[in-house]
Design a protein around this ligand. Structure first.
Ligand SMILES: [Zn+2]
Ligand SMILES: [Zn+2]
Length: 431
């Protein structure tokens, strides 16, 4: 097949030919020892959001070695690598770089023993969301695309994004002028480790695949009193509890049954002692939606319910609950259907169609979404990279992302990550 490929290139010119999957696979196999080492180094040296100093330096150094023109510290510790390779589309490929402030409990021989300071405390740090694997697949792709420059035309924009775990990194890079300085890409691609899909497979969803994710705070006021004299109070604990119950009706009664949303009260705090009715209670909510319309409806109902319950309790106008909805939130991820189709075909060529699976939308958040939601409306796709070792599937032992026990099986996951992303790029560059 290799000979046929080279004859084809000779006759028709490289811009119109896609390299055969076996060529890409053998290049990945050659690079695997390097990538494995890179993965373990990143795994053992995690850095949490907005502290990705050494991680971003490592990515920048490797990209430069691969022949990219690299800009560092772009939007926090953001890295931008550009490889111009003739006329053709510009494609953005993102990796995130940050880890989480938690102690690793995998007992792997390459487990992280690193620590970090978080919220004033020293704690362990760990790549429990697989961003170390994202970086490795991303770097493997960059190296392979640089080696195969004769097989595609266009501009490859590889970006290392900081602070994904706090939903801020993509905004930092866009606000720093990513598209103004380097150009608006024609397409954007990224992957995320899946804690349920087996290594060797990838998963795609079309349209909305992840949710608008936002944190809303509610401060409920009341009139405090002795716990034995409740008639002297307007009890904010009771008002807060009624609000929590009424909030449940937003999804069950106000939302169209065919739409989706989540309204979760994750924290309720008020009072200090058994026999004191406090004068304030706070509620902390996470709200997940897909469309702007549903999001606006949920906001409206939260405000109406809070106000309605407070009025019914007899509170005066100056003691209405305060609902704080931050202007900034992680927007819903939208996978462009045509680009998904192209990438699923590309993935099938590399790993077999049976290993390319459909994935249902989730209510998680991922700030990659923002790269497709500027006024330029860049078509983007964020897909799932299977990571689960076969031994764990057999045992039914499947820790989720952000678990101290989560880890991808490295070799197979790296191979699949690089293969699918590289073939997707080849196909879209040469389309
Ligand atoms: Zn995460
Ligand atoms: Zn993540």
């Amino acid at each position: 097949m290799r000979n046929l490929l080279f004859i084809g290139i000779f006759i028709f010119g490289s811009a119109f030919m896609n390299p055969e999957p076996p060529v890409i696979k053998s290049l990945i196999a050659d690079d695997l020892p390097f990538l494995l080492e890179f993965y373990k180094t990143r795994h053992q040296n995690p850095e949490i959001s907005l502290q990705e100093k050494e991680t971003s330096k490592a990515l920048a150094t490797e990209l430069r070695t691969a022949g990219f023109d690299v800009t560092e510290n772009f939007g926090g510790y953001g890295v931008v690598g550009i490889l111009k390779n003739g006329d053709g589309p510009m494609i953005l490929v993102r990796t995130d770089m940050d880890a989480l402030p938690m102690e690793e409990k995998t007992n792997l021989e390459y487990a992280s023993h690193a620590t970090c300071e978080y919220a004033g405390q020293i704690t362990g740090s760990m790549h429990s969301c697989g961003h170390d694997m994202h970086m490795t697949s991303w770097l493997g792709t960059a190296r392979l695309m640089a080696k195969m420059k004769n097989e595609w035309k266009g501009t490859l924009m590889m970006i290392g994004q900081p602070a994904e775990e706090i939903g801020e990194g993509s905004e930092l890079m866009l606000k720093a002028g990513l598209y103004e300085k380097f150009g608006v890409p024609d397409y954007g691609m990224a992957l995320h480790c899946s804690p349920t899909i087996p290594a060797g497979q990838v998963g795609f969803g079309k349209g909305y695949t992840m949710a608008n994710t936002e944190s809303i705070d509610i401060k409920v006021f009341g009139v405090g009193a002795h716990g034995a004299a409740p008639h002297m109070s307007i009890d904010p604990v009771v008002i807060g509890s009624m609000i929590v119950m009424d909030l449940q009706t937003i999804v069950s009664r106000n939302l169209k049954p065919t739409e989706s949303a989540v309204v979760t009260v994750g924290a309720i705090k008020g009072g200090i002692k058994h026999n004191i009715i406090p004068d304030e209670v706070t509620l902390k909510l996470t709200v997940r939606t897909y469309t702007p319309e549903v999001r606006a409806m949920v906001h409206k109902r939260i405000k109406e319910i809070c106000r309605g319950v407070a009025i019914a309790a007899g509170l005066s106008e100056d003691k209405m609950p305060e609902v704080t909805i931050p202007a900034s939130f992680t927007p819903a991820n939208y996978n462009h259907p045509d680009l998904v189709d192209k990438m699923m075909v590309a993935a099938g060529k590399m790993i077999g169609e049976e290993n390319v699976v459909d994935v249902e939308p989730l209510m998680l958040g991922e700030d990659f979404a923002r790269f497709g939601q500027t006024e330029d409306k860049v078509p983007t796709v964020l897909y799932w990279l299977g990571t689960v070792p076969e031994s764990r599937i057999a045992e039914g032992d499947l820790p989720g992302l952000h678990s101290p026990f989560y880890y991808p099986t490295p070799e197979k996951t790296i191979e699949t990550g690089v293969a699918v992303m590289s073939q997707s790029l080849m196909d879209v560059f040469n389309f």
